[in-house]
Design a protein around this ligand. Structure first.
Ligand code: SAM
Ligand code: SF4
Length: 344
């Protein structure tokens, strides 16, 4: 369901922090730049015949930058570009340069499947991208094909190597945690990350797959993965969070092998600390991955909406945020959109 914000009532729309009804301060914005993707992970997209949004429906780079300028005036200071696969959006480095140049943007990151990273890493870094998360669920070409329903592991590995050569402030690897698949990948992925001095994070499988096949017993919990890692590498020591609202629980290997993290939205929801908003590729603002309501920023961007109208829309969206996603409750309603249509 999409909502049009009533026009901004008065100038005070610019005053005060971006707080929701539970006192959570919003500082992070995830921006999806496309719903398209060059692979078809079963936990995210349909296998075939995907209905993508027509290109003219997607926000232009200038529209995204205008939205971000308004959001930054309200207190947003961290941005992450995502999708779909953000690197399939033509000339993405130009958007990075636009956003990196907005005063008040303190952090600019990107989540990618890595397939096109070898070609783009340098341009992205030069444009001002600071941090990268690269998804890597397996080091086995056949498991990759089973998960992504396309070939491509070699390209992802080349992308990771290219990103390391270019030198970002931080590069993290994201691995999905799915029972029956991930157990065999945990130790090889951890060895790979340790050798390359990359932080690896395991993410619990959420009910956002396009085919609607998610079952709670497919969730391989962070606690179970921690046990598998400790059996191989010895006891892991918890590391205090670096920032408020950080979704990952980080641990340190005692032998100096770096950090490993767990994002446990299903078994340990972190909604009480959530500081995020999301902008979909076609300009809908969401206050949660699991929102069933959206606020239509594109209508304002393409109509004659003022910056104050956009600010008011953002405030309304934040104010309506629920206490939590409720995945584990009986009343939980899956959102109509799948992960690739929201922006993970
Ligand atoms: N295409 C890019 C990628 O895969 O990194 C960016 C978009 S993808 C939707 C962002 C992240 O969401 C990825 O790390 C992916 O593993 C994760 N993801 C996708 N579907 C998910 C699901 N059902 N539950 C939890 N995480 C999911
Ligand atoms: Fe594409 Fe990322 Fe979804 Fe995989 S998780 S299908 S790479 S958008």
């Amino acid at each position: 369901m999409s909502q049009n914000a009533a026009l901004a009532p008065h100038a005070s729309v610019w005053e005060g922090p971006l707080l929701d009804g539970f006192g959570r301060l919003h500082t992070d914005l995830r921006i999806s730049v496309t719903d398209r993707c060059n692979i078809r992970c079963f936990y995210c997209m349909p296998a075939e015949n995907v209905q993508f949004r027509p290109r003219e429906e997607l926000l232009s780079f200038e529209e995204i930058a205008r939205f971000v300028c308004v959001a930054v005036r309200l207190g947003i200071n961290k941005l992450r570009l995502t999708g779909g696969e953000p690197l399939v959006r033509h000339d993405l480095h130009k958007l990075v340069a636009l956003l990196a140049g907005i005063p008040g943007v303190r952090d600019l990151a990107l989540t990618t499947n890595g397939m096109l990273l070898a070609e783009q890493a340098e341009a992205l870094r030069r444009a001002g991208l600071r941090r990268l998360n690269i998804s890597l669920d397996t080091l086995s070409p056949s498991a990759f094909r089973q998960i992504a329903r396309r070939d491509g592991l070699e390209r992802v590995l080349e992308g990771i190597a290219a990103a390391q050569r270019v030198g970002f402030d931080s590069i993290k690897l994201n691995a999905m945690a799915i029972r029956g698949i991930t157990e065999a990948e945990v130790v090889p992925l951890a060895r790979f990350a340790r050798q390359r001095q990359l932080e690896l994070r395991f993410i619990e499988f959420m009910p956002l797959d396009a085919e609607g096949r998610w079952q709670s017993d497919q969730v391989l919990s962070g606690a179970e993965i921690l046990q598998l890692l400790e059996a191989e590498f010895g006891r892991l020591v918890p590391v205090p969070p670096k920032q408020p609202g950080q979704p990952a629980s980080d641990y340190r290997y005692q032998d100096g092998g770096g950090l490993v993290g767990f994002i446990n939205p299903v078994t340990q929801p972190f909604c009480h600390d959530c500081n995020r908003l999301r902008l979909t590729a076609e300009g809908q603002v969401r206050n949660c991955l699991f929102s069933t309501v959206e606020w239509d920023a594109r209508a304002l961007l393409r109509g004659n909406g003022s910056d104050a109208d956009l600010a008011w829309l953002i405030r309304q969206c934040v104010a309506a945020k629920k206490a939590g996603h409720g995945i584990n409750s009986e009343e939980f309603v899956r959102p109509q959109r799948a992960m690739y249509q929201i922006g993970g």
